[in-house]
Design a protein around this ligand. Structure first.
Ligand SMILES: [Zn+2]
Length: 326
């Protein structure tokens, strides 16, 4: 059964600003054509988008707060409602292109509403829209087709063209802050090699995500990546070992991105602990960002990782101060 009330209460607790904004829009019934849900993954943006999206098509007449959980639309839910669509990138593709916007966003919004309600499109990875796709989307936003609303979820508003941003109402999803996070994190943390701060960064401040990281192998991945950076910095890897590492790093663009994020966090941790200098940190992150771009553009991924590791080693090995490591 639907649990929209629970979602609303979670949202109110974790993201009071976003909740207040969205609640107000549902109560007044004056939705705009586009909203930008801005915040790091793990802050509850998708849950909020589902709740808000359903609230937009809820047809309660009794004055109950939307989504009411009672009407037909609410019983159908986001996954089954014919006027609510979630648009993901096609499997195997790293971006959402112009065709995706034309056929899966614009075409759907141009259809007549099945239930007479507003039509809603949710794009959970809107930061993966190519500039051409964003321009195609802009046409829809500038000239909304009937009663329709597009929800774009992005980690930061800078991922979208200014022309698109300016058409959207921004709904901010804020990090809860390290202190609040530390008060809530599970007690098993001290036994883990990852510190509270790393876990905070890795989980986007989301306690639920943090628990999942601790429970599954994300934690061990962190330790692996920490080991890799340590080995590169102390220059103890033979060429064969370097190649082996490169072979083990992911070639799937999305997984590669997660690995790059994780390696960046390890580096930030080391920079905070002054094991590496700010300059080394900046140069190393630059190398990782470039590697990510190469992998996304279908360059030879193994070779890209190998070159990336060699560059990281050359940057990090200079003045790495192993004695200050905890
Ligand atoms: Zn309803």
């Amino acid at each position: 059964m639907v649990q929209h009330r629970q979602t609303a209460s979670n949202l109110q607790h974790r993201q009071p600003i976003a909740h207040r904004m969205l609640r107000g829009i549902l109560d007044r019934g004056n939705a705009s054509a586009a909203y930008l849900f801005v915040g790091a993954p793990g802050l509850g943006r998708l849950e909020a988008a589902h709740w808000f999206g359903l609230g937009l098509v809820c047809d309660t007449r009794g004055g109950a707060s939307k989504p009411c959980e009672e009407c037909e639309a609410c019983r159908l839910g986001v996954a089954n409602h014919p006027d609510v669509h979630e648009v993901h990138k096609t499997q195997g593709r790293s971006s959402l292109g112009i065709e995706d916007v034309r056929t899966r966003v614009r075409e759907r919004l141009s259809r007549r509403s099945y239930t007479g309600s507003r039509k809603v499109v949710i794009i959970p990875d809107a930061h993966r829209l190519t500039p051409a796709a964003q321009n195609a989307l802009l046409k829809t936003l500038e000239d909304p087709l009937g009663e329709s609303t597009v929800l774009l979820l992005v980690p930061g508003s800078g991922y979208l063209l200014p022309t698109v941003r300016s058409r959207c109402v921004v709904v901010p999803f804020r990090n809860p802050g390290l202190k609040a996070f530390e008060e809530q994190i599970p007690s098993e943390l001290p036994s883990h090699q990852m510190g509270a701060k790393e876990l905070f960064l890795l989980s986007g401040g989301d306690v639920g995500a943090a628990r999942r990281i601790l429970a599954d192998d994300e934690g061990s991945k962190w330790n692996q990546h920490r080991q890799l950076i340590d080995d590169l910095s102390t220059d103890v890897l033979s060429p064969v070992q370097m190649t082996r590492w490169a072979d083990h790093l992911p070639t799937d663009p999305e997984e590669a991105e997660t690995t790059i994020d994780s390696l960046t966090l390890v580096l930030r941790h080391l920079a905070d602990a002054t094991c590496v200098s700010k300059r080394q940190y900046a140069e190393a992150v630059d190398v990782l960002v470039r590697a990510g771009e190469m992998i996304r553009s279908n360059a030879n991924r193994r070779l890209t990782w190998e070159i990336c590791l060699i560059k990281l080693r050359d940057i990090l090995r200079e003045t790495y101060n192993i004695s200050t490591l905890d």
